[in-house]
Write a protein that binds this ligand. Structure first.
Ligand SMILES: [Fe+2]
Ligand SMILES: [Fe+2]
Length: 282
C-alpha cells in the first residue's frame, strides 16, 4: 500500500474560451496530466464561464480518457458563477444547481460545504473564496465616482463579476464562505484528518499578491483577488499543510504563517493550462 496520495491540481482552464488553434496544446496538457498518474485531480476554479455545459462535457471526456481512475474534485471560480439570465440569483446557483451541473457533465464533485477525508487521514476542504477588498492596494486613491462595491475605476468597470453575477454585498458573501470553510476544516478534523489540504479559488494571503503591472486598473483590481480572512482561517488550523489557489493566473509558491504551511498559486489562464503535482503523506 502506498504511503501517500498523489494530488494533481489545475486551475483557471477557462474552457469556454478555448481556441481551436490551441487544440494540440490542450491534448498535450491532459496527456501529461495522465502521465503523472494522480489519485486525485483538483480543479481550483474558473473551469468554464458563461458557456458551461458543452465545455464541461468535453472536459469530462478528456478526464475519462487521461485520468480514468482519479477522483475528481473542484471548487468553482467566479467565472463559473457567471450567468447571462438577467434574473440570475448567483448565491442560489452556487448553493444548488451548480454542483449537479458539474457532476453530471464532467463527473466533478464540489468541495464547498462537502469536505472529504481521503485515505483515512487526509482532509480535503475547498471554497470558491471570493473577496472582501482586504487585498486592495494600500494607498490607492479612489476618485469620487470610483468604488470597489461598483468595481468601477476612472469610468471603467474593471471587474466583470459586477456584470454577470447578482452578488451585491461582496463582504457579506465572502464572510459566509470564510465561515463555511472554517466549519469544513473542523469537520474533517473531527472525522480523523491529521493533515489537511485547503483549496480556494481566490487568494487567501496578502503575500501572494503580485503587482506585476504598473497599470492602475490592475492595481485597482487587486481588491478582487481574494481575502485575508480566508488565510486567517486556513493558517489558524495547524493541520492545514498545503493551500492551493488560482484566480490571478500568476503561478507562485511560498511559505505562509509559522507552521510550515505552503500556499501555491497554480497559475494558468486562457489557452495556457498549467498543473502541479504534490504527494501528500497518509
Ligand atoms: Fe481565471
Ligand atoms: Fe477567477
Amino acid at each position: 500500500m502506498s504511503e501517500y496520495l498523489r494530488f494533481a491540481f489545475t486551475s483557471d482552464l477557462h474552457l469556454d474560451r478555448r481556441s481551436p488553434e490551441a487544440a494540440p496544446r490542450w491534448e498535450r496538457f491532459f496527456a501529461e496530466l495522465g502521465e503523472t498518474r494522480p489519485d486525485v485531480v483538483v480543479l481550483c476554479g474558473d473551469i468554464v464561464g458563461l458557456d458551461k455545459e458543452g465545455p464541461l462535457r468535453e472536459l469530462g471526456a478528456a478526464l475519462d480518457r487521461h485520468v480514468p481512475d482519479a477522483q475528481r474534485l473542484f471548487v468553482p471560480g467566479n467565472h463559473d458563477l457567471w450567468q447571462r439570465d438577467p434574473d440570475r440569483d448567483t448565491e442560489r446557483f452556487y448553493a444548488g444547481e451548480l454542483a449537479a451541473l458539474f457532476r453530471e457533465t464532467a463527473g466533478l464533485s464540489l468541495l464547498d460545504g462537502a469536505p472529504r477525508v481521503l485515505g483515512g487521514t487526509i482532509g480535503v476542504v475547498g471554497s470558491l473564496g471570493w473577496y472582501d477588498y482586504s487585498l486592495a492596494a494600500p494607498g490607492l486613491v479612489l476618485g469620487p465616482r470610483d468604488s470597489y462595491e461598483r468595481k468601477t475605476f476612472h469610468g471603467h468597470r474593471v471587474w466583470n463579476d459586477a456584470r454577470w453575477t447578482s452578488i451585491e454585498d461582496d463582504r457579506a458573501f465572502c464572510a459566509r464562505l470564510v465561515a463555511q470553510l472554517d466549519a469544513d476544516i473542523d469537520e474533517v478534523k473531527r472525522r480523523g484528518a491529521r493533515r489537511v489540504v485547503a483549496i480556494t479559488h481566490t487568494l487567501a494571503f496578502a503575500e501572494m499578491v503580485r503587482s506585476v503591472h504598473e497599470k492602475p486598473l490592475w492595481t485597482f483590481a487587486q481588491a478582487f483577488h481574494g481575502s485575508t480572512a480566508l488565510g486567517e482561517v486556513i493558517a489558524g488550523h495547524a493541520e492545514v499543510a498545503l493551500h492551493v489557489c488560482g484566480h490571478t493566473h500568476l503561478p507562485a509558491e511560498m511559505r505562509v504563517g509559522g507552521n510550515g504551511l505552503v500556499s501555491v498559486n497554480v497559475g494558468g489562464g486562457y489557452d495556457r493550462p498549467r498543473s502541479f503535482v504534490r504527494d501528500v503523506p497518509l
